[in-house]
Design a protein around this ligand. Structure first.
Ligand code: OGA
Ligand code: MN
Length: 292
């Protein structure tokens, strides 16, 4: 059966049907999903309950998997395989984590507008988030389209950003959230990554406004001026009326392209269990065979 794409907003994001993600993908399926990603940037698959292993198999069809911040935060993990990122408020022992735990700190950092692993080089290409348990209220995930953000910049700003580069740093969001107790070894273990602010998305050739909360500095600019400018650009990119809000149901799988979108989690009652699993594809030259 052919895949069908139903747009979820006038700007980006589509719901996909006509595929069972727990079965091995054909080259044709991979190609159709890549083409859909290049067009819509966020794809929603409903009612696709899958095991962790099935998610790993599915994700691996698109390229090498990223392990994100695990090289810095070496904590006991619940999910066993380091390529599975545990987006939950559950500790290694299976209990809901305490309010002020490091796990919740990471979850709160995820509530700031970001592109996964933009502080690394290579950065993340696709993230694939699968919902296992949703809380009774809140806990949506929101998405913003950086291609649309670029296209709707005023002329002056668009000209101004052409040669600008931003430094993205892994611990910037943590420091913003008041967590500064890192060893020098941890601070140095992920050197900042530099990306153009006016970037080009490789799969679609579209220009993108590549900002997000990991960006802490515009190269060559004074810090205060860079931060205010980055904040203005971020506000433009995340204007409410263009945001796609995903309301999770267990069994949903959402794929987004970190090179052309931003996302953030939303509040929920952290005393209630929320469990999602993420797999992430590194943006390496062989990733996703996007030329196919
Ligand atoms: C992520 C993320 C937000 C959320 O999985 O990368 O930022 O809603 N998640 O949990
Ligand atoms: Mn994220």
């Amino acid at each position: 059966m052919a895949l069908t794409f139903k747009p979820l907003s006038p700007v980006f994001a589509a719901e996909v049907s006509g595929i069972d993600l727990t079965k091995p993908l054909s080259q044709q399926d991979v190609r159709a999903i890549n083409a859909g990603m290049n067009e819509h940037a966020v794809l929603v698959f409903r009612q696709q309950p899958m095991t962790a292993q099935q998610q790993l198999n599915f994700a691996s069809s698109f390229g090498p998997l990223d392990i994100g911040l695990k090289r810095v935060f070496k904590r006991p993990e619940r999910l066993g395989d380091e390529r599975l990122i545990d987006i939950s408020n559950v500790d290694a022992d299976g209990q809901v984590t305490r309010r002020d735990s490091p796990k919740n700190l990471s979850n709160f950092a995820n509530q700031l507008w970001h592109s996964d692993s933009s502080f690394m080089n290579p950065r993340a290409a696709y993230s694939m988030l699968h919902c296992v348990i949703k809380p009774s209220w809140g806990g949506n995930t929101e998405f913003a389209d950086l291609r649309h953000a670029y296209d709707t910049l005023d002329e002056r700003t668009r000209a101004e950003i052409q040669e600008l580069k931003a430094e993205h740093y892994a611990l910037h969001t943590r420091i913003l959230l008041g967590d500064e107790a890192y060893t020098d070894e941890q601070k140095k273990s992920i050197p900042p990554a530099i990306w153009p602010i006016a970037d080009t998305h490789p799969g679609s050739g579209r220009k993108v406004l590549f900002v997000g909360v990991h960006a802490r500095q515009i190269l060559g600019w004074p810090t205060a001026e860079s931060r205010m400018y980055l904040q203005d650009l971020l506000e433009h990119a995340t204007r409410r009326e263009y945001v796609y809000v995903h309301k999770w149901e267990p069994g949903d799988l959402v794929i987004w392209d970190n090179r052309s979108t931003l996302h953030r989690g939303r509040r929920y009652d952290i005393a209630e269990r929320r469990e999602l699993r993420r797999t992430t594809i590194n943006d390496t030259p062989e990733a996703m065979l996007q030329a196919l």
